[in-house]
Design a protein around this ligand. Structure first.
Ligand code: GLU
Length: 368
């Protein structure tokens, strides 16, 4: 893929919908006009768009606020096609070809699907299409859901090495306190995404239409920062919110990243995998991993929890349970229970076979 400047633009349901149920075509039209300008300036854009559930729910006449899983899946199936129909029609007026990608967490978790998704996005950008991603809520269950589209957008930023994640919502950015209940709250102009002060100010509540609140946006910014992306959280109703960014103006809050982008595979290991188990490491093993970049050996593992197979993602924690690394493990949880604390030479005699001397090879391990 040619190295271009890629922006991920995430649009929340509250922006896209009028009166909670009808698509706000005026908003989409103004967005399309801005996209023309931004693309002409050489940026490649991927949209992450919510809205399917709210649209489908209305069309199906479901009036309850909290949907059960089947109602949510059905609403998404109905709403997604209307949503994409509108995108295609409105973007088409500006000669932009819309392309739909519906993803589940599983598509990021499996190395092969992860790579396929990345390749496909790359091809669509090369063909000058506008990829529009949403969570595949129709296939959603607890195991494969992202939780919200802020997370999906950040994971896409990691996946495709985007330089910028723009989260457009119906509030002006990140405030020093929740502006809905604190009149003294001030908008934060710029802050490091990892700044600890952000932990206290974010609440989990959103508009009620979509799933993410400010907390999920800050988490998303931190995830995006792992691959070196800056995040802008801004009010999407502002005139020219995207084109402002081209002029170097900040339309909301800018959450910066000071990290050196890690290698793509390490990033995938750290950000996209959902650990199925936990290995507790002794201090010697932690120091070796952190200071010498070595592989994790069974001898450094003090306890094992969870149920996982060979090749599954696991977290590595210190004795207090603080996660310090993630990786793909060479032995199942049953095997790990048997070989923990043992020198690698003993693996063969205890298990009757030895796949590898390492529990997690350094190439499959990412420090957090
Ligand atoms: N995927 C959901 C939808 O299209 C929205 C999820 C969210 O609000 O974060 O309605």
């Amino acid at each position: 893929m040619a190295k271009k400047d890629i922006w991920i633009v995430k649009l929340g349901s509250s922006l896209l919908l009028h009166q909670e149920d009808r698509l706000n075509e005026k908003f989409l039209d103004s967005l399309a006009q801005q996209l023309v300008t931004v693309r002409q300036a050489g940026k490649q854009i991927i949209l992450v768009s919510s809205g399917s559930v709210a649209i489908g729910k209305h069309k199906l006449g479901i009036n309850t606020k909290a949907l059960d899983l089947l109602e949510l899946q059905a609403s998404a199936a109905v709403g997604q096609s209307d949503l994409m129909g509108s995108y295609s029609r409105i973007l088409g007026k500006y000669d932009i070809i819309a392309a739909q990608l519906l993803l589940t967490h599983y598509d990021f978790q499996r190395r092969k699907s992860y790579l396929n998704t990345r390749t496909c996005l790359g091809k669509l950008l090369e063909l000058n299409c506008l990829p529009i991603i949403n969570e595949n809520d129709t296939l959603m269950d607890e195991e494969v859901c992202f939780g919200d589209n802020d997370t999906l957008a950040a994971m896409t930023a990691n996946l495709i090495s985007a330089s910028l994640l723009v989260i457009l919502t119906d509030i002006d950015g990140v405030y020093t306190a929740n502006p809905r209940d604190d009149k003294q709250a001030k908008l934060i102009d710029e802050i490091n995404a990892d700044d600890k002060s952000l932990d206290n100010i974010a609440t989990g509540e959103g508009s009620g239409l979509g799933r993410g609140g400010m907390l999920s946006k800050i988490k998303a910014a931190r995830l995006a920062a792992q691959s070196g992306a800056t995040t802008i959280i801004a009010n999407g109703n502002q005139q020219g919110v995207l084109t402002m960014l081209l002029d170097g103006k900040n339309p909301g809050s800018k959450l910066t990243s000071e990290r050196v982008p890690s290698l793509a595979r390490k990033r995938w290991l750290a950000g996209q995998l959902r650990p199925l188990g936990k290995l507790c490491l002794d201090t010697g093993a932690i120091q070796a991993l952190q200071n010498r970049g070595v592989s994790l050996l069974p001898v450094g593992v003090t306890s094992v929890s969870g149920s996982f197979d060979r090749g599954d993602p696991v977290s590595c924690c210190d004795e207090k349970g603080v996660e310090m690394a993630r990786g793909l493990v060479n032995y199942s949880s049953n095997e790990c229970h048997k070989i923990k604390r043992l020198p690698s030479e003993k693996i063969g005699s205890v298990l009757g076979y030895e796949y590898e001397p390492e529990l997690i090879h350094r190439d499959n391990l990412a420090l957090l």
